[in-house]
Design a protein around this ligand. Structure first.
Ligand code: NAI
Length: 381
């Protein structure tokens, strides 16, 4: 019997409810696909409110120590407690474990209402760099001593034209960070027989950061993937094409010609925007899975937040955490179980008995609670 340990963090708000609905479906899919020869060994780790109540810490050292040695984890949404100086737990996890790739597959599910005419043409996997860019946290408030000192340096020593009253943020993009992200995207495209990887950047304006990302991506493809990956002008059957698009043009392309894009590799801020925009094209975040991945650890997570207004009301949609679990099963090679789960979601949408968020997007749908939706998904396996 093959057992994989998966550490899980329940999460705040709707976390417990979506887990309660999704976990039995994950277990049952594995059981059904492998008749007991494969099994997930779930081990709970504390983080967020639940951890605070039990230990006085939102992110206990035990959790960090265990994750440091782990390879697979899943997490529900974690609230960022409001208060000065409190760092987001999500960002802390990403930075502590160097989870540099945020991967979001975006695909249409039949029957969901979408704001575009052909949502079915969208089948794009976004690889977003997760540790650099304006998210690095190097920011100084307008009027602060730090901002004044940085402005002084830039004006006096670097000859920059800058209003000294500006708030200042730094945008670091490194060759190392860009190359490892693009490498992941290219490996994925080759493994999954995807036909192209598009580097999305704003290098026409930010030449040394966004433009650097583009250049390092092309350099990597030429150095490490010769014979397997070719540029757009040398496209040939059976090879992955690496191309690039300027971010604003990419948003237009995503709406007008989504079928020409298969894998996107992009910097942190562009990736944040484009993954939500693409998710909206296929009907929103309710069924959007995601993972934050480093070289040793992958944390699969719901892409939504804690939804405080519906927490505890049995209204939440467990689809995002469930499909993140399906993505995890696929990535560890348990594809049969993953396919059963995706099939079960397709059936549930076709039967039009869904949670309220989805019901509002499916004509004639009947609303069921989170628990009941979980039971429907379970029986659909
Ligand atoms: P949110 O995603 O929690 O809610 C946005 C809207 O979507 C709300 O109307 C909510 O009711 C609805 N919604 C979200 N998930 C749903 C689900 N599974 N089923 C049905 N409806 C759902 O985003 P918001 O309000 O911006 O953030 C709330 C809290 O969540 C904040 O503390 C934020 O920091 C945290 N958050 C955590 C994330 C994570 O752990 N990865 C991601 C985003 C937000």
């Amino acid at each position: 019997m093959s057992t994989r340990t998966v550490y899980f963090i329940e999460g705040d708000g709707i976390g417990a409810e979506v887990w309660g609905a999704a976990r039995p479906v994950l277990d049952a899919a594995v059981e059904k696909a492998y008749s007991g020869s494969k099994k997930i060994d779930w081990v709970e780790l504390l983080a967020g409110e639940k951890a605070y109540k039990a230990t006085g810490s939102y992110l206990p050292q035990d959790t960090l120590d265990t994750l440091a040695k782990a390879d697979l984890a899943m997490k529900g949404p974690l609230q960022t407690p409001v208060g000065k100086g409190f760092r987001s737990l999500n960002v802390t996890l990403r930075q502590t474990f160097d989870l540099y790739a945020c991967i979001r597959p975006i695909k249409y599910y039949d029957g969901i209402e979408s704001p575009v005419k052909r949502p079915d043409l969208v089948d794009i996997v976004v690889f977003r760099e997760n540790t650099e860019d304006v998210y690095a946290g190097i920011e100084y408030a307008s009027g602060s001593d730090e901002a004044k000192r940085v402005a002084e340096f830039l004006i006096d020593e670097m000859g920059a034209k800058l209003d000294p009253s500006a708030g200042i943020g730094i945008k670091p993009i490194t060759p190392k960070g860009s190359r490892r992200l693009v490498r992941r995207a290219l490996d994925y495209a080759l493994e999954q027989n995807r036909d192209s990887v598009t580097l999305v950047h704003k290098g026409n304006i930010m030449k040394f950061t966004e433009g650097g990302f583009r250049q390092w991506g092309y350099d990597l493809a030429a150095e490490e993937y010769a014979g397997k990956v070719v540029t757009e002008d040398k496209a040939e059957a059976g090879k992955v094409v690496i191309k690039d698009r300027i971010a604003d043009a990419m948003f237009q392309e995503a709406l007008m010609r989504p079928e020409q894009y298969s894998v996107i590799a992009t910097t942190n801020l562009n990736g944040d925007y484009i993954s939500d925009a693409l998710a909206a094209q296929v009907g929103g975040l309710g069924l959007a899975p995601g993972v934050n991945m480093g070289d040793t650890l992958a944390i699969y997570e719901a892409t939504h937040g804690t939804a405080p207004t519906i927490a505890g009301k049995d209204m939440a949609n467990p689809g995002s955490i469930l499909l993140s679990g399906a993505m995890m099963l696929e990535n560890i090679g348990w594809t049969e179980a993953s396919d059963l789960i995706k099939g079960s979601v397709v059936k549930a949408l076709a039967a039009k008995k869904v949670t309220v968020d989805l019901a509002s997007q499916i004509a004639g749908a009947e609303t069921v609670g989170c628990k009941a939706f979980g039971e429907i998904l379970l029986s659909n396996l």
